[in-house]
Design a protein around this ligand. Structure first.
Ligand SMILES: NC(=O)c1ccc[n+]([C@@H]2O[C@H](COP(=O)([O-])OP(=O)(O)OC[C@H]3O[C@@H](n4cnc5c(N)ncnc54)[C@H](OP(=O)(O)O)[C@@H]3O)[C@@H](O)[C@H]2O)c1
Length: 285
């Protein structure tokens, strides 16, 4: 019997918080060929992943990146033209390929004209089978130097304009585990999955848990949205402002059991995540 050809999956954002653990999960499967999309493919070093040039700024490179793929994980670029860019990419993706889009929790609570919903709609009307992932805030913002890591290790407190709301922090590895199944297994087409951790936490409680991991007191400091977005401009400022306003309205508070329903095991707690992350967040002695 001829050997079956492997399933070819393009993971855009393979260096990112969900793309990296997703690529690891996919390479652990014997029958999957993993293309790791990055605008800087030389930095893609995950064993078993084929570094693949992929940049939202270089559509000329897309045909080579998507050639022969059976599924694609699309990490939404946070820019104003994301709906148009993703629409243009999907026109080049083979017709039969399944698309899994990384969106965000409660994306439609700002109405049908919201940027996040418009981005989802482009995928849903692309003619491809699709799954939309709508996760809450990632726990990995505390270990990412582009977010809070430097603040935590540098001895700062945790400024956050939460307005007293809770956040159902999710471990990006759990998002990756859901994405893995949505990309490879039947039963996920046409589904929008609201993904969260197992509990919603206030920011003061979050800071308390961070204190234990960092090994010194971390104190939540309530700031205004204006203060939180200081130094940003343009679309970044617009989307960050909206995101913090949505935090304050409780858009990231509802807890769902979707991670467990899809993967068969409970979503990780922030405490468990921080146990794993402690070496990364403890300041050097
Ligand atoms: N962060 C959250 O809590 C959260 C919550 C809900 C939804 N989302 C959504 O999820 C999507 C991804 O957001 P994200 O914050 O998690 O971004 P991310 O996936 O961690 O990173 C996005 C991209 O940034 C580039 N990058 C530049 N410098 C990097 C570095 N030092 N390390 C890793 N990647 C680097 C990479 O692309 P190249 O390799 O091409 O440079 C990477 O794929 C966004 O649409 C966001 O709105 C995020």
């Amino acid at each position: 019997m001829p050997a079956q050809s492997p399933v070819r999956v393009l993971v855009t954002g393979v260096r990112g918080k969900t793309g990296a653990p997703l690529a690891q999960l996919l390479t652990a499967r014997p029958d999957v060929e993993v293309l790791g999309g990055s605008s800087d493919p030389a930095t893609v070093t995950t064993p078993g992943v084929r570094p693949t040039a992929f940049s939202w700024d270089d559509p000329a490179g897309w045909p080579a990146a998507v050639e022969g793929i059976d599924a694609v994980y699309v990490v939404r670029p946070d820019r104003a033209d994301a709906p148009e860019l993703i629409g243009a990419l999907l026109e080049r993706v083979p017709e039969q390929a399944h698309v899994v889009l990384l969106s965000e929790q409660s994306a439609d609570d700002v109405g049908p004209e919201g940027w996040a919903v418009r981005t989802e709609q482009v995928v849903q009307s692309s003619g491809h089978s699709w799954t939309v992932l709508r996760p809450s805030w990632f726990m990995q913002v505390f270990t990412d130097p582009r977010f809070y890591l430097d603040l935590l290790t540098g001895g700062g407190d945790l400024p956050f304009p939460d307005g007293g709301a809770q956040i159902a922090w999710i471990d990006a590895r759990d998002i990756a585990a859901v994405a893995e199944r949505a990309l490879l297994e039947p039963g996920h087409a046409g589904r929008r999955y609201e993904l969260t951790g197992p509990e919603a936490l206030t920011l003061p409680r979050t800071a308390e848990l961070l204190s234990g991991a960092v090994g010194r007191p971390v104190v939540h400091r309530e700031v205004t949205v204006e203060e939180a977005v200081a130094g940003t401009a343009g679309f970044d400022r617009e989307i960050l402002t909206l995101t913090y306003q949505r935090v304050q309205r409780g858009s990231f508070t509802p807890v769902t059991g979707t991670v467990e329903q899809v993967t068969g095991r409970p979503a990780r707690t922030l405490a468990a995540f921080l146990t794993d992350a402690a070496p990364a967040v403890r300041p050097a002695a």
